[in-house]
Design a protein around this ligand. Structure first.
Ligand code: SN0
Length: 324
């Protein structure tokens, strides 16, 4: 693996999930791999889990870690080519990425969607500019359209539960549900989860269903052929896993079309499932998106999911280190 930007960079998903589970069982087995290697973690946006779990995973592999918040710690970075730089961005990505690439063997980057211009966001300019000019492997720490380290952690979490609970059906039903929020949030987590779950469904591992209000359709490249059920209650029937996430509209780009509180997941919603588990990538706003009762119930997997971020990052970094 040279870059980890999306599912397309994964050659064997089953093996990558297993590598994450192996890292969890034996975190320091590959400490030699990262010795005298450095990873730079570059953040254009806030982070709690991604920052700490990726740092921890790199350290488990024996790597040195440097972290920088762009704009706060560094100069603002210009991404456009051929522009007159007379605005607030003091440094161009050509120099910045090239320089960071000289200090680091791997670079992780977080750059959320701006939710202003859909074509610009979906072009993934920041990731591509770094990949072009840094000349070292790039890891996506949540880009405008995807959050693949989260999706890998989600696959690891579902696989763990599947192995531990023999009463689950051979192909558990996984439901991605939209949740209400007053702020426009990116589609990245929903996009990525769909992309990865569609792959799991195609491999016969799960059944995958998406539910959201009308107007919240994800881009077809991510929704794929998953059935979309606009009636949330119907979608929840018999579900083994409920994956909640808010996203703003893709079709009416970046807009909040509804805040209908009936879409927030409560115990009443969970009671329609097959004693289903609740998943969310965090951060979650309690009682706006999900009730306290659900988050504090044994059905909630949110802390385990976050814990598995360490092992998803470790599986990916290990594969990249092996290819250096
Ligand atoms: C981000 C998102 O992509 O939705 C990161 C998720 C891992 N979430 C938020 O920005 C939440 C912000 C809020 O105010 O609730």
């Amino acid at each position: 693996m040279t870059n980890f930007l999306s599912l397309a960079d994964v050659t064997d998903l089953d093996a990558l999930i297993q590598s994450g589970l192996d890292a969890k069982a034996n975190p320091f087995a590959s400490q030699h791999l990262g010795k005298n290697k450095t990873i730079g973690l570059i953040f254009f946006n806030s982070s709690l889990r991604t920052r700490l779990s990726t740092q921890k995973a790199a350290q488990n592999l024996g790597m040195n870690v440097m972290i920088m918040n762009v704009g706060q710690d560094s100069w603002g970075l210009e991404m456009e080519e051929g522009v007159l730089m007379n605005g607030d961005k003091a440094e161009h990505i050509r120099e910045a990425a090239a320089v960071i690439g000289r200090y680091c063997n791997i670079i992780g980057i977080r750059a959320f969607a701006e939710l202003q211009d859909r074509d610009k966001d979906y072009r993934e300019q920041v990731m591509h500019q770094f990949a072009k000019y840094a000349r070292v492997p790039i890891v996506n720490l949540e880009s405008a359209t995807r959050h693949p380290l989260q999706s890998l952690a989600d696959c690891i979490t579902i696989e763990e539960v599947r192995r531990a609970d023999v009463s689950l059906p051979k192909r558990p039903k996984v439901v991605l549900t939209w949740l209400p929020h007053f702020k426009p949030l990116p589609q990245a987590v929903g996009n990525s989860f769909s992309e990865w779950m569609n792959a799991r469904a195609q491999a016969g591992q799960i059944e995958f269903v998406i539910t959201h209000p009308e107007g919240y359709e994800l881009a077809t490249e991510f929704a794929g052929t998953a059935p979309v059920i606009y009636n949330q209650q119907e979608a929840f029937d018999g579900a083994d896993f409920i994956y909640g996430k808010n996203w703003s509209s893709y079709t009416q780009y970046g807009q909040v079309l509804t805040q209908d509180p009936s879409w927030a997941v409560t115990m009443e919603h969970m009671n329609r499932t097959n004693n289903g588990k609740f998943m969310h990538c965090l951060p979650v706003r309690r009682n706006l998106k999900v009730s306290d009762a659900v988050l504090d119930s044994p059905q909630s997997l949110v802390i385990e999911q976050a814990a598995n971020r360490e092992w998803s990052a470790q599986a990916v970094l290990k594969e990249i280190l092996t290819s250096l």
